[in-house]
Design a protein around this ligand. Structure first.
Ligand SMILES: *[C@@H]1O[C@H](CO)[C@@H](O)[C@H](O)[C@H]1NC(C)=O
Length: 909
């Protein structure tokens, strides 16, 4: 019976695209509706006079809701890093504790020395160049960088903090219960709620928190992934639903949509020409974010009055969460890069991946058996196409029981893995959090016997439907359960795999096919008695914590690689993410960039999309264009649904195969740049993939562009994302001095020095990519079957000169695999080109040796042709030949210096 239901479900899934009616609108979500209906400009919250307490690093105050006299504690802390602020508001005496998110944070942020000035008129708290100015009634806080007001809290007066209360008795008996006197009748949905056939018992009743943030300086708001929408946030107030943050497995998701998706990262930025600022709303419950745009602002005169700002009608974001407390970090900027770094200072960065993880991944649902896996790997070699990692989706398991293999199809799993690792390749396998409820399956038996499963509201093991049929979900909020799950990754437990196998955590929203909105019931119970409602957006994150622990203990000296679908703030510390189950069409290719740009500024530098599109058969032109685009995105994996036609590159006509091969070889040639960029991401905290505004914060025309992007400040990438085009418009940005940078086409060194949109011709082999004048980019130009085999290969440096004939860049070299770089075993070099001389200089003392040497140096942008060059290293000087390239670029041949030596190369005229 149940199996039949499951198949009916599967058939339904495979024949329909997303049915939005399966997912709640704000109107159908009672807390969202209640909070969204708060009228602006009438805030009932006020600071209680005389309640101030000042400490060296924080102030505390009491707030009162003047409607019902309910009291709240407010704390504002100054943070050392970035001179940011943390604002926390909770009930003074809640009926029961309210959930506070800590797992998102890298560590408890260090508080810093603040200055407090309290006059009768107003309270000012400052740290460094930033200050917070409190207004008592109605309650509001204005945040200034220097003297510029950048963020204002509750200036629209949309704050709502629903105090926990006991459920009102029917009217007759209410006279005996003085403490319960709801001033208005509670709306339906307040104390229990139905959606479709699902009932939410809401044991604690209404407990939402909501607050608005205005950004008086902003011309654009962005952030709060994950949505299949533009990089710039749209105005939602009065224009349909807010953006929703609730980790969900949305089947065939819609584009240009604010619907929730797999991940939720509640950080939002407001940027304008004078300043940038951000807010990180640290709450893991279901959250909606209503965007008030200048044009929809109905109380502009009030805002103007209170903010005193030149912009009378600022952008604002109204955050609405179902439960928890208000815990928000105000990121004070003042530049976009500052705010991005301030966010990763709090939630962490992506740790440097192993080199192979930045190379190319080959996946489909499913490679059928061990022979299929090895054959596909061999075919890549036959066609001379580089590939690093084969992937196995759910079908490798014995009936969707994780940590087991289908013995018929993968009887020699160890040998299969060894066959891959012998070629320098890796295997990644899927481990999902739904556990098949089958007696005799050790994982299920252990979880049942030890009480490790998430409980339903009646404290019984919660059962749902997922790939295995009937399944339960480990309570990953329990540290003992996380340890148990992590232990299963140890080779002594999972004996039929090896420590070289990496892990893909999918379906971890968690996806529950028969649950409300395809996930778990909100009144389910987790460790510590918390409801699923409080922690939903963290469930996948806790799986990543566990997987990371398991892989780290499996082999302490190998950096784990994990891919996750669900994610929350901080998940970047453990896993790469991809944009889930996209579709083989052109618009999805465009969205791969929009979505990864939003993720990237929200900490997830290691982001990608399924190349070719997960659903549907991909036609050759789209497939080629997708490879060309993804070769310049951080996480690079081809993946496809089980119902699609096989799509390995050699199954397409030769022309397509060769273009794909070319795109892949280009990716491999830039691996030294990718690797260096990720090292710098980990240590500096800035995104690898950047929106134009990150580097050109004053070029207003560039703010909302999401069809092109930058890799650090080095490459400008403008993929071709339309069918049949022979030209694309590339935007060349404007610098602060109103001039443009020089840009060099990476294929032929053709120089561009105009600003604004330029129509660039493309043929099927080409997507426009430019190296910025002023940068030096490291490459390796001997492409091998997999990246580990390239470790000792020589380097090429591409020197792109700016208008002053200068350039600089960096290169990071280590063993590409272990944690030894954390104890200094690396070579980190800065290259500078000035006055016709290229110099390398170590940053720190190199404690790593390499066989790699410098094979060639290409210099673009010289205005005359040198005759010769000479290199000096280790006290000796040698003469070098020079070749001419197109567009006046030159190649200095075979400098020959080992990369662990400093050198100088001088051009001679
Ligand atoms: C491993 O490679 C060897 C040699 O090519 C082959 O004979 C064997 O069948 C492969 N085994 C598996 C499980 O892939």
């Amino acid at each position: 019976m149940s199996l039949i239901l499951f198949f009916i479900f599967a058939i339904l899934q495979s024949s329909l695209s997303v049915d939005p009616s399966n997912f709640k609108t704000c109107e159908q979500s009672s807390f969202c509706k209640r909070c969204r209906s708060v009228k602006p400009g009438q805030s009932h919250y006020a600071i209680i006079p005389g309640s101030l307490n000042s400490y060296s690093d924080s102030v505390t105050l009491e707030l009162v809701n003047k409607e019902n006299q309910h009291k709240f504690d407010l704390k504002l802390t100054g943070l050392v890093k970035g001179n940011n602020f943390r604002l926390e508001i909770d009930e003074k005496q809640p009926l029961s504790p309210r959930y506070r998110v800590t797992d998102s944070l890298k560590e408890t942020p260090t508080a810093g020395q603040i200055k407090v000035i309290d006059t009768n008129e107003q309270l000012t708290v400052s740290i460094g160049p930033n200050k917070a100015v409190f207004h008592s009634e109605p309650f509001r806080i204005d945040f200034y960088h220097n003297e510029i007001l950048t963020t204002s809290v509750n200036s629209k007066g949309l704050m709502k903090f629903e105090e926990l209360r006991s459920k009102p008795k029917p009217v007759e008996s209410s006279e005996n219960q003085e403490e319960q006197q709801p001033s208005v009748e509670d709306e339906p949905g307040t104390w229990e709620e139905n959606f479709k056939s699902h009932h939410d018992s809401k044991p604690k009743g209404p407990e939402a928190v909501a607050l608005d943030f205005s950004f008086p300086e902003a011309d654009i708001l962005f952030g709060i992934p994950e949505h299949a929408d533009s990089f710039a946030l749209r105005t939602t107030h009065g224009k349909g639903d807010p953006y929703r943050l609730y980790n969900l497995d949305v089947f065939e998701y819609e584009l240009n949509s604010r619907m929730a998706l797999y991940g939720s990262v509640p950080v939002l930025y407001g940027h304008g020409q004078r300043a940038s600022a951000g807010v990180f709303w640290n709450n893991a419950a279901e959250t909606w974010v209503d965007i008030h745009g200048p044009e929809s602002n109905v109380v502009s005169s009030i805002v103007k009055f209170v903010s005193g700002s030149v912009k009378s009608d600022p952008y604002a974001a109204h955050f609405i969460s179902e439960s928890g407390v208000i815990d928000v970090f105000i990121l004070m900027g003042p530049t976009p890069l500052d705010t991005f770094k301030q966010y990763t200072d709090i939630t962490g960065t992506v740790p440097l991946p192993q080199q192979f993880a930045l190379a190319y991944h080959q996946c489909r649902w499913n490679y059928n058996d061990q022979k299929d896996v090895i054959t596909v790997s061999e075919k890549f070699d036959e066609y001379d196409i580089p590939m690093d990692t084969m992937w196995l989706d759910i079908e490798y398991t014995d009936n969707k029981k994780y940590f087991t293999w289908d013995k018929q199809k993968f009887g020699d799993s160890i040998e299969m893995i060894k066959n891959l690792t012998d070629l320098g390749r890796h295997l990644t396998i899927i481990i999902d959090p739904h556990i098949k409820r089958e007696g005799g399956y050790f994982f299920h038996d252990d979880c049942t016997n030890k009480g490790y499963y998430t409980k339903n509201k009646d404290n019984n093991d919660y059962e749902g439907w997922c790939w295995p049929g009937s399944a339960s979900y480990p309570d990953l909020f329990n540290p003992e359960v996380r340890k148990y799950f992590a232990d299963q990754y140890l080779v002594e437990n999972f004996k039929t795999y090896t420590k070289d196998v990496m892990i893909w955590n999918d379906m971890n929203e968690p996806s529950v096919f028969n649950g409300p909105e395809v996930t778990m019931l909100k009144d389910n119970l987790h460790f510590g008695g918390w409801e699923h409602r409080d922690v939903h957006n963290l469930y996948g994150h806790m799986q990543l914590v566990s997987t990371f622990d398991g892989l780290s203990r499996r082999d302490p000296n190998q950096r784990p690689f994990i891919l996750s679908r669900a994610h929350f703030s901080g998940s970047q510390r453990y896993a790469a993410i991809w944009t889930g189950d996209n579709k083989a069409d052109w618009e999805h290719l465009e969205h791969s960039i929009k979505m990864c740009l939003s993720e990237s500024v929200a900490g997830f530098s290691f982001c990608g999309s399924d190349v070719g599109g997960f659903f549907g058969n991909v036609e050759a032109e789209l497939f080629r264009r997708w490879y060309q685009a993804a070769a310049f995105q951080p996480f690079f994996r081809s993946h496809a649904h089980i119902d699609t036609k096989r799509r390995e590159p050699w199954l397409f006509p030769e022309e397509t195969r060769l273009i794909i091969r070319d795109a892949l070889r280009k990716r491999y040639s830039y691996l030294p740049l990718w690797y260096t960029m990720f090292y710098e991401h980990e240590t500096v905290g800035l995104p690898v993939m950047r929106p134009m505004l990150a580097q050109y914060p004053h070029d207003k025309d560039a703010f909302a562009i999401d069809s092109q992007y930058l890799l650090q400040d080095k490459l400008l990438v403008r993929p071709v994302m339309q069918q049949g085009v022979n030209k694309v418009d590339v935007y060349f940005p404007v610098k602060d001095d109103k001039t443009g940078d020089l840009w060099y086409d990476i294929d032929n060194y053709q120089k561009y020095e105009n600003t604004g949109y330029i129509s660039v011709p493309v043929d099927e082999n080409k997507i426009p990519i430019y190296q910025r004048g002023g940068t030096i980019v490291p490459k390796k130009e001997r492409i091998r079957r997999s990246s580990p085999l390239m470790i000792h290969d020589p380097y090429t440096l591409i020197v792109a000169l700016d208008k002053n004939h200068q350039a600089k860049g960096t290169l990071f070299i280590d063993d590409e695999k272990s944690y030894e770089y954390r104890s200094g075993k690396f070579i980190y070099t800065e290259f500078t080109f000035d006055k016709d001389t290229l110099r390398s200089k170590f940053i720190g003392t190199p404690k790593y040796s390499t066989n790699s040497w410098l094979e060639r140096v290409v210099i673009a942008g010289l205005n005359r042709q040198p005759k010769q060059a000479k290199i000096t290293y280790e006290g000796k000087t040698e003469e070098l030949d020079i070749l001419e390239n197109a567009h006046g670029a030159i190649t200095v041949r075979k400098p020959g210096s080992n990369m662990a030596k400093e050198f100088t190369i001088q051009l001679i005229y």
